[in-house]
Design a protein around this ligand. Structure first.
Ligand code: SF4
Length: 474
C-alpha cells in the first residue's frame, strides 16, 4: 500500500449519500447532478435507478459519478422517478456487486434500495436467513433489508418495508423506489441525515442540502428521526411507524463529513464548524503569530479560532484538489511525497512564524506528524496543533468507516504522548462540552467515537468492551 493511500486512510471516511426525485421529467438527470453534490460522501461506486412504464431501470459503476454516467446511460434512464447512491464501503467489500441501489423483483413487485448507515444486527439476521435458505448476492448489510421485505407476510410494499425495518437495529437513512413511488425512511435515532426538498412540483430526498442547491431546489425540512415519507400519486404522506427512541444524530457530520454549505440536523455546517473553532480558541489558545487551517476541513474552524484569539488567519497550506487515490509503491527515497501530493506549504507566510495549525481530528496521527514536519521544514519557528473536536477514542458502528480501536492513537495515548508523536510544540483538543456549546445542544447527539459509550450496542463491540483495557487519559 502506498503512502498516499495510507494518508487517505488516516481519516474517518465519508459514509454514503442518497438522492431521489419524484415527479420530474428529467428525474435521472437531476439525480445524477444531485449525486455530484454528494460525491464527498462516497467515491468508491455510484448507482442510479429510474422508473418508467412500470419498470425499474438501473446503471451502476465503480469510481466517481462523472466517470460512471455517460450521456447514453442517462438517456436510457427514462421516467419521472429516480433514486441514486454514492458509496464508500462501510460494510461489505468494495466492488460492483455491492454498488447501490440494489434492485429486486419479489411478490411485492419491483423495488430498489439505497442506504446510508450501518445495521448492527445485519450479520445475525443474514446468518438466520441463510440457514432458512436465502441466497445473498452481495456482502452488504443493506441486502438484509431487501430479503426481509421479500419474506414479509404483508402484501403491501409499504407495510412490508415497515415490517422489515422493525427487525433491524442501527443506523439507516434509506431511499426506496418502486414503479410508482419513492419512499424515504430515517431510523428512530436519526443517526444519519435525510432532507426533503422541492423543485417546482417535483419532490426531492437527499442526504445533504448542498445537493439541492446544485439543482436550484429548495430545502423544505429534515425527515424526522423515525419518520417514513411516501411520495407517490397520492402526494407526500408521512408516517411514524416505529416506537420512539432517544435521538442520537451524528455529531461528526458537523465536525468533518458534511459539506460546510449544507444544513444538517437543522443547522448550517459552516456555522457550527466556525463555532467549534471559536470554542477551541477560548479553551486552547496558543502564543503564536498566525493561524493556518489544514485544508479543506480545518478552514471553517480556523476562521472561528482566529476570531476568538485575534490571531491572523493565513492560508499557509495549499491543497492539490486533483489528487485522487494513488497506488504507487514509492521507494524509500521518495516516500515523503505522500503528504506533499496533497498539501504544500506557502513558505513566505510560514517562515520564521509561530504557527497554529487547525485540523478537525487526529485518527492514527501519521498524517498530522507529516504535516507538522512539513510546516517546520518550511521555516516555522514553532508549530502548535489545535483540534476542533475531542480525542477520537472509539470506532463508529453507525455507518462511518473508521479504523479499529487499537489504531486510533487517542484510544491508548495521552494528549502529551500524542503531541510528542506528532512532534508539535503544543497540542490541544476541544472538549466534548465545548463541542456541545458549538452545536448548541447536547441531548440529541451521538458522540460515541469520543466517549466509547454506544447508544445501540454492536454485538462485537459488547464483546471487545468487556476485555478492552481503555486508557482514556486526556
Ligand atoms: Fe458519528 Fe462518531 Fe456516533 Fe459514528 S460514533 S455516528 S462517527 S458520532
Amino acid at each position: 500500500m502506498s503512502l498516499a493511500r495510507l494518508q487517505d486512510d488516516d481519516r474517518f471516511h465519508e459514509e454514503c449519500g442518497v438522492f431521489g426525485v419524484y415527479g420530474h421529467p428529467e428525474a435521472a438527470n437531476l439525480t445524477y447532478l444531485g449525486l455530484h453534490g454528494l460525491q464527498h460522501r462516497g467515491q468508491e461506486s455510484a448507482g442510479l435507478v429510474s422508473s418508467t412504464a412500470g419498470r425499474l431501470l438501473e446503471e451502476k459503476g465503480m469510481g466517481h459519478v462523472a466517470r460512471i454516467f455517460k450521456k447514453q446511460q442517462l438517456r436510457r434512464l427514462k421516467g419521472a422517478l429516480a433514486v441514486g447512491h454514492v458509496r464508500y464501503s462501510t460494510a461489505g467489500k468494495s466492488n460492483l456487486v455491492n454498488a447501490q441501489p440494489f434492485r429486486i423483483e419479489s411478490s411485492k413487485g419491483e423495488i430498489a434500495i439505497a442506504h446510508n448507515g450501518n445495521l448492527v444486527n445485519a450479520t445475525q439476521i443474514r446468518a438466520d436467513l441463510e440457514k432458512a435458505g436465502s441466497i445473498f448476492r452481495t456482502s452488504s448489510d443493506t441486502e438484509v433489508i431487501l430479503h426481509l421485505i421479500a419474506r414479509s407476510s404483508h402484501a403491501d410494499v409499504e407495510a412490508a418495508i415497515v415490517d422489515a425495518l422493525k427487525q433491524v437495529r442501527g443506523a439507516y437513512s434509506l431511499l426506496f423506489i418502486t414503479p410508482d413511488r419513492i419512499i424515504g425512511v430515517r431510523d428512530p435515532r436519526g443517526f444519519r441525515p435525510l432532507s426533503l426538498g422541492r423543485l417546482g412540483d417535483a419532490h426531492i430526498l437527499t442526504s445533504e442540502s448542498c445537493a439541492l442547491d446544485l439543482i436550484d431546489a429548495t430545502l423544505v425540512r429534515d425527515i424526522e428521526p423515525g419518520e417514513m415519507v411516501v411520495i407517490g400519486p397520492a402526494g407526500v404522506r408521512s408516517y411514524r411507524p416505529f416506537p420512539a427512541e432517544p435521538v442520537t444524530q451524528c455529531i461528526f457530520e458537523y465536525v468533518y463529513f458534511s459539506r460546510p454549505d449544507s444544513v444538517v440536523f437543522g443547522r448550517g455546517v459552516h456555522d457550527v464548524r466556525k463555532r467549534l473553532g471559536r470554542e477551541l480558541g477560548r479553551e486552547q489558545p496558543a502564543a503564536a503569530d498566525i493561524v493556518v487551517p489544514i485544508p479543506d476541513s480545518g478552514v471553517s474552524a480556523a476562521l472561528g479560532f482566529s476570531e476568538a484569539t485575534g490571531l491572523p488567519l493565513e492560508f499557509g497550506l495549499v491543497r492539490n484538489h486533483y489528487v485522487g487515490r494513488t497506488f504507487i509503491e514509492p521507494r524509500q527515497s521518495i516516500r515523503h511525497f505522500g503528504v506533499k501530493l496533497k498539501l504544500n506549504p506557502v513558505r513566505s507566510l510560514i517562515q520564521g512564524k509561530r504557527v497554529v495549525l487547525i485540523d478537525d481530528s487526529i485518527v492514527r496521527g501519521t498524517t498530522s506528524r507529516k504535516i507538522v514536519s512539513m510546516v517546520r521544514a518550511a521555516g516555522a519557528s514553532e508549530v502548535h496543533l489545535r483540534i476542533s473536536s475531542a480525542p477520537t477514542v472509539g470506532p463508529c458502528y453507525y455507518g462511518v468507516d473508521t479504523p479499529r480501536r487499537a489504531e486510533l492513537i487517542a484510544s491508548s495515548h495521552t494528549v502529551d504522548e500524542i503531541r510528542r508523536y506528532v512532534r508539535a510544540d503544543s497540542l490541544g483538543y476541544l472538549s466534548l462540552e465545548g463541542m456541545f456549546r458549538a452545536v448548541g445542544e447536547s441531548r440529541s447527539l451521538c458522540t460515541s467515537c469520543y466517549t466509547n459509550s454506544y447508544p445501540v450496542p454492536f454485538p462485537e463491540e459488547e464483546k471487545t468492551q468487556k476485555v478492552a483495557v481503555e486508557r482514556h487519559r486526556t
